[in-house]
Design a protein around this ligand. Structure first.
Ligand SMILES: NC(=O)C1=CN([C@@H]2O[C@H](COP(=O)(O)OP(=O)(O)OC[C@H]3O[C@@H](n4cnc5c(N)ncnc54)[C@H](OP(=O)(O)O)[C@@H]3O)[C@@H](O)[C@H]2O)C=CC1
Ligand SMILES: CC(C)(CO)C(=O)C(=O)O
Length: 318
């Protein structure tokens, strides 16, 4: 199958390069960030390292939406939540989307699949979550975090519980690419399991401006995580959402994943440090919203959401 990656940022490059190199499939990249597209063209590809080692140049095909004439079988979308609406509008206006195409996304937070569903039928939408860490250190410059083979992700149908024939092919390609796909029957429980993880790790690392390996040095992290997970699980249970991991599994994974990706600045920090808005409203803010809708106040998530917004505003004094 042929893939088109929309959003040649950290994760877009990660999926596209691993598919191209390990699964041997055709991949085209679409991006709107000019310094990024121009840098790829100037240096002849994207510069890729793993855990700061073995930096090399990987030749890729990259296009602005308006230039693109190709017709991939599956789009892979990795934009930030705040960018998605405008991106989809621009891509649709450029004539990129066709009735026979499927679309996959493993963005963090919640709200993206509803936006994607304005352009694709529900049965063609493939949902994902990625416990895969990638740094975008500059235009056309990425660092894949974690040793080879540590990549883990989940995949589910937006509509229905069984993988469609296209999803089965996507899973096979992702397996060959070493992205570590696991099928989940319920997309909502799958996505919320990742949202609650990000609501701890991304948010706290961002507020203290640290890498995951530095964050996990503090012995109080499991207790802080437990408090945030308990609130999030209580809100989800009231909303009838059944997460695919238990509370204890989530608490334990904060420790194991933070050690595994010790050099990683979570994607929220990558925005924060570049003076961009963060995805906190789609992560902690989304958990708090589910709580309020179900007569349950997630006090810590509401507070933490405000703290991140305060920190965003205070950047102007630093
Ligand atoms: N990075 C990670 O490890 C992980 C990220 N995710 C999720 O995947 C989604 C995509 O994230 P990610 O790949 O990290 O996003 P990136 O920020 O790396 O890339 C997304 C887009 O942001 C713009 N951009 C990025 N950096 C800059 C910059 N310095 N200046 C101007 N524009 C910039 C570009 O688009 P444009 O020109 O349109 O602005 C780019 O295509 C998010 O939902 C994230 O939460 C999920 C798992 C892991
Ligand atoms: C890699 C991981 C899992 C870290 O929380 C992530 O989702 C991110 O950086 O956004």
């Amino acid at each position: 199958m042929k893939y088109g990656v929309i959003g040649a940022g950290a994760m877009g490059y990660r999926y596209g390069v691993m598919l191209q190199e390990n699964a041997g499939v055709d991949v085209d990249f679409i991006d709107t960030w000019e310094p990024n597209v121009e840098k790829v063209r100037e240096q002849g590809g994207v510069s890729v390292a793993r855990d700061h080692q073995n930096r090399r140049l990987v030749p890729i095909n990259i296009y602005y939406p308006e230039e693109y004439q190709g017709h991939p079988d599956v789009w892979i979308i990795f934009k930030k939540q705040m960018q998605l609406e405008d991106e989809l509008k621009r891509d649709a206006a450029a004539g990129l989307f066709h009735d026979d195409q499927a679309v996959f996304s493993a963005m963090n937070g919640m709200g993206h699949f509803e936006k994607i569903a304005q352009y694709f039928p529900a049965e063609k939408i493939i949902c994902g979550t990625a416990m895969i860490a990638t740094r975008l250190d500059g235009p056309a410059n990425v660092d894949f975090m974690g040793a080879k083979g540590t990549e883990q992700m989940h995949i589910a149908q937006y509509a229905g519980k069984e993988p469609t024939p296209v999803t089965q092919k996507v899973i096979a390609d992702f397996e060959k690419a070493s992205l570590g796909p696991i099928f989940a029957a319920d997309y909502l429980g799958m996505c919320m399991s990742k949202v609650v993880f990000n609501a701890v790790v991304n948010t706290l690392c961002t507020m203290f401006e640290v890498q995951m390996g530095q964050f996990i040095e503090y012995e109080g992290v499991p207790k802080m995580a437990q408090q945030l997970f308990n609130e999030a699980y209580d809100a989800c249970e009231r909303a009838g959402i059944h997460l695919i991991e238990t509370r204890q599994e989530e608490i334990d994974s904060v420790t194991t994943i933070s050690h595994e990706y010790k050099y990683h600045y979570p994607s929220m920090y990558q925005d924060f440090s570049k003076g961009r808005p963060t995805e906190v409203d789609y992560i902690n803010g989304y958990i708090a919203k589910i709580g309020r809708e179900n007569d349950y106040v997630c006090r810590t998530h509401e507070f933490v959401t405000q703290q991140v917004h305060l920190a965003e505003l205070m950047r102007k004094y630093h």
